[in-house]
Design a protein around this ligand. Structure first.
Ligand SMILES: *Cc1c(COP(=O)(O)O)cnc(C)c1O
Length: 415
């Protein structure tokens, strides 16, 4: 292994960091090293100012007029196009709405309707559970369909794809291990068999460049409260490729997806374009916070972002493996850059207690059952010195056995 840098070397890396200035655009609480932006991103200062305007002026004073004059009605599509730039989607294909779970439901039904003669959904056995739960919900509404799971029905998702498959639901980065999939290759393989693909971008939107159009993706979903920093419960997004937009339909046919919502017609007629993925009135205050959060992203160089993300995760892996050697941590995240998202996970039999002890020392990551500690690295506001300090604190907790304190074994509802 190459020698690990000392603290002055990592400070120099921060000084040379081209993304360094973005840190000032976030509210970073004193004394915290926040390595959980893969679960809830820190607050962008602009989100607060946007919220303040939205509350005091738009809601407080302009009231109903704000649907038009403040652009509330168009927020799902205007914000969708801004996210589009970050995920390689040309305008008109991305809309912000609802939650990722709900958007998966819409996307799976939409894909199944485009492949009416096929009966199989493929997903990952170790997917973020909501993806599977929603697929099971879709199955319950359509007798005759079946679900094939990677790791259950075959070791690799590639082996589950044949001419019976209507749609494959797949995560670009696995939430637990941080493993990154080859989007273009899997999409190509699906298309060779006439299947469609729904990509879940929860752990890649805002974490690295994504190229939906370039990879010829059919549908995608993702959330905005992780790497995009939209705030707790911020609305999600859904993407559908232009080539599908004429024929695609989703079952939650509410008035916001209607071609003429304010004509108040008696029957549903799907709107043109991506708006047809809307159902009902959206959480405008959350959207206004997200609008502020996206201001930070408009000029971010995503290639530099990815480069720094890999620099941060490489450094963390090297430091932990050196400083925590002999304490039973087992790296779960791939070392190969081509297979790594923007997080680092380790397995340990006492993962929960170790993470609680780290949080008590101001290093915030999280625990994922049964035995994973997970650290997210968000290049816009995390620096190399943060990584160095976090690894140092983790090694101290392991070396001293501080995690054995009984209070760290008490399980909270959210882990
Ligand atoms: C975070 C996450 C979700 C969250 O779904 P919600 O409906 O917003 O609760 C879904 N899928 C994956 C892969 C996630 O990481």
């Amino acid at each position: 292994m190459t020698a690990i840098p000392d603290f002055s070397a990592v400070q120099a890396m921060d000084e040379a960091d081209v993304l360094r200035a973005y840190r000032d655009r976030f509210v970073l609480p004193d004394g915290l090293i926040y390595l959980n932006g893969n679960s809830l991103g820190v607050a962008p200062k602009a989100a607060f100012t946007h919220l303040e305007t939205a509350v005091t002026q738009e809601w407080g004073q302009d009231l109903i007029r704000s649907w038009n004059i403040a652009g509330w009605f168009d927020l799902p599509v205007t914000l969708g196009d801004r996210i589009g730039r970050l995920i390689g989607a040309a305008p008109g294909q991305t809309v912000v709405c609802d939650t990722t779970s709900i958007n998966i439901y819409k996307a799976l039904h939409a894909a199944l309707a485009l492949r009416p003669d096929r009966s199989v959904i493929v997903a990952e056995g170790d997917s973020f559970p909501t993806d599977i739960y929603v697929a099971e919900g879709v199955l319950s509404t359509r007798p005759g369909l079946s679900l094939r799971l990677e790791g259950v029905d075959a070791p690799s998702i590639q082996d589950l794809i044949d001419d019976k498959v209507a749609v494959i639901l797949v995560n670009q980065v696995n939430y637990k291990s941080g493993e990154l999939r080859d989007m273009a290759a899997l999409t190509r393989k699906a298309h060779q068999h006439g299947a469609l693909v729904v990509w879940d971008l929860c752990h890649t939107a805002g974490a690295m460049p994504v190229d939906l159009d370039g990879a010829n993706v059919d549908l995608a979903v993702g959330c905005t409260y992780k790497y995009l920093n939209g705030g707790p419960g911020a609305p999600a997004f859904i993407y559908a490729a232009t080539r599908h937009l004429g024929a695609i339909n989703q079952p939650l046919s509410g008035w916001w997806g209607h071609a003429r919502p304010f004509a108040f017609e008696k029957h549903y007629a799907a709107g043109g374009g991506i708006r047809r993925f809307l159902c009902g009135t959206q959480p405008i205050l959350s959207m206004r916070a997200l609008k502020g959060a996206l201001d930070v992203w408009d000029d971010v160089d995503l290639v530099a972002l990815r480069k720094k993300s890999l620099g941060l995760t490489d450094l963390f892996i090297a430091l932990v493996e050196e400083k925590c050697a002999g304490h039973g941590l087992e790296l779960e995240t791939p070392r190969d850059h081509a297979l790594r998202g923007s997080q680092v996970s380790f397995r340990h039999p006492h993962a929960y207690e170790i993470m609680q002890a780290a949080i008590a020392r101001g290093v915030i990551g999280d625990f994922r059952a049964p035995s994973t500690i997970r650290f997210g690295f968000t290049p816009l506001y995390i620096g190399y010195a943060d990584v160095w300090k976090a690894a140092d604190i983790l090694s101290d907790i392991l070396a001293t056995g501080a995690w054995k304190d009984a209070r760290f074994a008490v399980r909270a509802a959210v882990t």
